[in-house]
Design a protein around this ligand. Sequence first.
Ligand SMILES: *Cc1c(COP(=O)(O)O)cnc(C)c1O
Length: 417
Amino acid sequence: MSKKRNLKPESLMMSHGYKPELSEGSIKSPIFQTSTFVFKNAQEGKAFFEVAYGLREKESSEEVGLIYSRINNPDLEILETRLKLWDKADDCAVFESGMAAISTVLLEFLSPGDVLLYSSPLYGGTDHFIKDFLKKIGVHTISFTPNDSQEDIVKRLKNSGIANKLSMIYIETPANPTNALIDIDMCKALADRYSTDDKKVYLAVDNTYMGPLWQHPLEHGADIALYSATKYIGGHSDLIAGACCGNQEVISRVKVLRTFLGNMAAPHTGWLLMRSLETLKIRMEQQAENAQHVANYLKDHPKVEKVYYLGLIPEGTDEYAIYKKQYDSPGAMLSFDIKGKEKDAFAFIDGLKLIKLAVSLGGTESLVEHPATMTHAGVDPAFREELSITEKLIRISVGVENYEDLIWDIEQALEKV
Ligand SMILES: *Cc1c(COP(=O)(O)O)cnc(C)c1O
């Protein structure tokens, strides 16, 4: 038996990156609820700032010293050391929300005049930031949908006349709420095609839906994996947070901008996320198992027209090929079209007893929502139809409850339709 073993992330979530001897032997990291840290002497303060402000490279033996909680804090540092393991990333940066992580990355890697290529549909907040804010500061945007082929996208870039200004590709897969898939390898090929010696085209993937367990964008060549840690990573619907994983160069840049925007997570949020990471794998696995049971039940129900779930993609299709190479599980998010109209969808939603009506996802409790009138109400109605986000569509984030109870709830609510 070999002495050295590469422990799996789930084995490291309780202890990695934390030294009990620095905290009175406490088995758990305390909440370092402090704004600032005392330097031993002036020389140490000087050395810490030199590294923090990038005035010199850190020596290999040197630890980055604690300065001030906007720059660094033990709860965030330990959390980042753990979170990066799932993506096998060099480093990670944690933010006060998913939107803070996303907007900071977009601001760091895009300048006025640059082109951003992005997939549609995107999370509503991201969509708004791209179309309103980035446009206002002179960033050009070009979008594509999961239905577009690589040739379609290349043609669109060519027709824009500014393909040489492409600086970033930003995607979300599976797409919310229909679970349509985008091939990360294809996006990486596009990023390489438009990268030059002077200018790298970065590829960023919002991995909230399937990460950090079941999709690993960095392994497919993405530069940045983004998370709303509010969802599966937090997992208890009791906090808002975000994260960004990538190589050292990327995360160093992101952390510098985070320091100056001041949108890092607070120590208490960091501590709550460490608590959450200990059960991340068992929660997500149970949620996915439950979701497959719920999807199987829905697909045979006479009042259900269509179920959108990765575990039901027909074998032999292009989508199945992407599913097999990119995902380790069908996940715990599903949507379905009910037979009927908005009033039928609402009758179902209002008839549920155990599953709660709320936006958000990834928590221990199951949640239902109506995308066309809620999360995607701001999307242009014609485009919404094109994306299959109709009045019949209902989205469910499956939690850790007993799956037979969930199916009982869905069955009794469908009877009311
Ligand atoms: C929720 C969500 C976000 C935004 O995260 P916040 O933590 O709410 O700021 C971004 N992307 C996806 C896919 C989400 O589900």
